[in-house]
Design a protein around this ligand. Structure first.
Ligand code: PLP
Length: 383
């Protein structure tokens, strides 16, 4: 059966050149990067060269790059590490209602541990109101955490504007850029961002590796205590193959791939727009991530459509978290104003650089036919 992968926002495959770059570091070049002998020095060089390469990509000369086990750990380190290191300044944190669960759940944990969190609203396209942000900053605010591109609806926030507000108010600014890194330009020389989260598995790199990029002078405590690796901020023997793969992956997505993904996404948007009682969630145009298409198909259940498409070989995603059997509607879709029923009838299709026009045509046809069939048997359909 034909298989079409449209879940690249969840993860991508590892690019061939990335895998090739990683391979020697599993067996031939296996030294511990902290060892003083030549085996260790060779992997230390690999780690430092990777750090240097990622730093150049972000124009982050004045920042330190701390390798972590991924975006989740980097976001936790940013929020908890800064909150605890700056307790004498205050206990207030600002974020938005549409962050990734690892930011929201880290904030909830901080609330249980004596911190206060303001969750900013977003408009129907997923943008925050900059005035609301400015007014929310208090004397005891420590950090503002606002993601760059939203993983569910592709909204791209104005990092520069947020960073300037935070700088003027003297609070740290953290941004989770896991979805935008290498797809939207990020230049830390011109964006005043104090802490930035990135990871490898959304850009054709390996899973289980990411980094927190930390600006000069940022006061931050580690979460993991041990041998003092990564400038004392992330103890634990470095994942050298992962780090090498991460640095290699930053070259994979080219400008032409971004244009290609945008073209395919626009085709999906156009095709799905012809389906009645259906709409695109998130903004249109350049404020939308190039590979994200999130659509509500009213009167159907997203999970049913997902499984139906899966039976036809198409992989997409629902935003809703399915836990302890209670299927919660997506917090992002409800934050932009969708009812629980409409949020449940939504699916995310995230294209990759290797998808083809022919695949997209097939997907549009299958989705049209699937929505039609499911609506015929749906108890939600208006008769
Ligand atoms: C926006 C965003 N932040 C954080 C993460 C978590 O990253 P990781 O899977 O590397 O822990 C993801 C990916 O799932 C994401 O999309």
């Amino acid at each position: 059966m034909r298989r079409i992968y449209l879940d690249n926002a969840a993860t991508t495959h590892v690019a061939k050149e990335v895998l090739e770059a990683m391979m020697p570091y599993f067996s031939e070049k296996f030294g511990n990067a902290s060892s003083l002998h030549s085996f260790g020095r060779e992997t230390r060089d690999a780690v430092e060269n990777s750090r240097e390469k990622i730093s150049k990509k972000l124009n982050a000369k004045e920042h330190k790059i701390i390798f972590t086990s991924g975006g989740t750990e980097a976001n936790n380190l940013a929020l908890k590490g800064v909150a605890f290191a700056n307790r004498e300044k205050g206990k207030h944190i600002i974020t938005t209602k549409i962050e990734h669960d690892c930011v929201l759940n880290a904030c909830k944990w901080l609330e249980k541990n004596g911190f206060e969190v303001t969750y900013l609203n977003v408009d129907k396209e997923g943008f925050i109101d900059l005035n609301e942000l400015e007014n929310a900053i208090r004397n005891d605010t420590i950090i503002v955490s606002i993601m760059h591109a939203n993983n569910e609806i592709g909204t791209i926030a104005d990092l520069k504007a947020v960073g300037e507000i935070c700088k003027a108010k003297g609070v740290y600014f953290h941004s989770d850029t896991c979805q935008s890194f290498c797809k939207v330009p990020i230049d830390l020389k011109s964006f005043p961002v104090d802490l930035l989260t990135i990871n490898a598995h959304k850009i054709y790199g390996p899973k289980g590796v990411g980094a927190l990029v930390i600006g000069e002078g940022v006061k931050i405590d580690p979460l993991l205590h041990g041998g003092g690796h990564e400038l004392g901020l992330r103890s634990g023997t470095e994942n050298v193959p992962g780090i090498v793969g991460f640095a290699k992956a930053i070259d994979v997505i080219k400008e032409k791939d971004i244009e290609h993904m945008k073209r395919l996404s626009d085709k999906l948007i156009e095709g799905f727009s012809a389906i009645e009682e259906s709409w695109l969630n998130g903004p249109k145009g350049d404020k939308r991530l190039c590979n994200n298409v999130n659509f509500t198909f009213r009167f159907i259940e997203g999970e049913s459509l997902l499984l139906y498409l899966d039976s036809k070989g198409i992989a997409a995603s629902t935003g809703s978290a399915c836990s302890t059997r209670a299927v919660e509607p997506s917090h992002v879709l409800t934050a932009i104003g969708l009812s629980a029923a409409d949020a449940h009838g939504s699916l995310r299709f995230s294209v990759g650089k290797d998808n083809t026009e022919d695949e997209i045509k097939y997907v549009i046809d299958v989705v049209k036919e699937s929505v039609e069939s499911l609506r015929k048997i749906s108890p939600l359909t208006k008769k």
